[in-house]
Ligand binder design. Structure first.
Ligand code: NAG
Ligand code: NAG
Ligand code: NAG
Ligand code: NAG
Ligand code: NAG
Ligand code: NAG
Ligand code: NAG
Ligand code: NAG
Ligand code: NAG
Length: 244
């Protein structure tokens, strides 16, 4: 497990050098969408327990999908309402820290509330192998109920209580308006560049400092070795299991 550190700015102070001062740095960005966009998955990586119609297939469950008349219905919807899920196979082992959802996108011609399908509560499960699944839990070990959408098109983001390493993620709707229909994305760090078993060093991106818990203090040093600043780092989470 790799502890993560979230920050907008990163400063590196050179402590010493040999001959020339040379440094190679890359930073890993951990707030990108992992289902659609630059780091997104192919359509074949989106699956579901069932689909109401070809026009409600999992690939129409991508965030920001717009209804296209005669082509699809603006969101993934299962065949029946209960005990269903949409699943994404991420492009590799990824650190995930949140989920974004929207309701079904309905056309301007059908601004009728009977079509306002959306998910109002859901649960999240994640897996390393697609076979063995863990549910994101509350500290009291009940499944965490995430807040869904209150309208059709606003993006609602839920941040996890901590960060999970996952290759597969499932969204299980538990409450909905009319029918469980959604568009979603997963927020996290894209798959590790080198390979899954490699650690995250400078070559692969700064994706972990040895800050083991939220109370650890970071000290940045100046060239002459004095402490430039110290204090609590911006801390957004830690890898964990069972909601802790
Ligand atoms: C969805 O749309 C929002 C608002 O336009 C944008 O910020 C975001 O990057 C888009 N995300 C995806 C995955 O398309
Ligand atoms: C998914 O399929 C749709 C419809 O065929 C297509 O427009 C879109 O480009 C595909 N997306 C990806 C990421 O392949
Ligand atoms: C719906 O949107 C289309 C495309 O923007 C437009 O041509 C049409 O007039 C709109 N219909 C209504 C009822 O607003
Ligand atoms: C467990 O924690 C959740 C979230 O705080 C709470 O809503 C729920 O009522 C708790 N359940 C039990 C059995 O304590
Ligand atoms: C992945 O990394 C490990 C450890 O560095 C290495 O032994 C292995 O060959 C790599 N696998 C691939 C496919 O690059
Ligand atoms: C961090 O400090 C707070 C306040 O002293 C404490 O409640 C919490 O348990 C500490 N967390 C860890 C991981 O030590
Ligand atoms: C070390 O460098 C810092 C920043 O450049 C400076 O403020 C400080 O006075 C220096 N301390 C010593 C002991 O030279
Ligand atoms: C710099 O910070 C470290 C860690 O907190 C501390 O041990 C050390 O005494 C500090 N050095 C100075 C010169 O303040
Ligand atoms: C799709 O629905 C229309 C009509 O409500 C909105 O105007 C669009 O903004 C919306 N598009 C997306 C991507 O959600």
């Amino acid at each position: 497990m790799k502890p993560h550190l979230f920050s907008r700015y990163v400063a590196l102070w050179i402590l010493s050098h040999e001959i020339h001062c040379a440094l190679k740095v890359s930073a890993q960005v951990c707030n990108v969408f992992l289902v659609s966009g630059e780091y997104g998955v192919p359509n074949g990586s989106l699956t579901a327990s069932s689909s109401l119609a070809p026009g409600h297939a999992p690939m129409y469950g991508r965030l920001n999908t717009s209804f296209v008349q005669g082509e699809h219905f603006g969101g993934w919807a299962p065949q029946s309402a209960s005990n269903q899920f949409i699943q994404v196979q991420l492009n590799g082992l990824s650190s995930i820290q949140g989920v974004a959802t929207q309701g079904r996108n309905v056309t301007n011609e059908s601004q009728d509330e009977q079509f306002f399908f959306r998910v109002t509560k859901y649960e999240v499960a994640y897996s390393l192998d697609g076979l063995s699944w863990s549910t994101v839990m509350n500290p009291n070990m009940t499944a965490k109920a995430f807040q869904g959408n209150t309208d059709q098109n606003s993006i609602h983001v839920n941040w996890f209580p901590c960060i999970f390493e996952a290759r597969y993620v499932r969204i299980h709707p538990t409450e909905w308006n009319i029918f469980p229909t959604l568009r979603f994305d997963i927020i996290g760090c894209p798959a590790f560049a080198a390979n899954d078993s490699s650690d995250c060093g400078f070559e692969n991106g700064i994706c972990g400092w040895n800050q083991r818990n939220e109370n650890e203090t970071a000290v940045w040093k100046t060239l002459n070795g004095s402490n430039a600043s110290s204090g609590q780092l911006p801390y957004r989470g830690h890898t964990c299991t069972n909601g802790k």
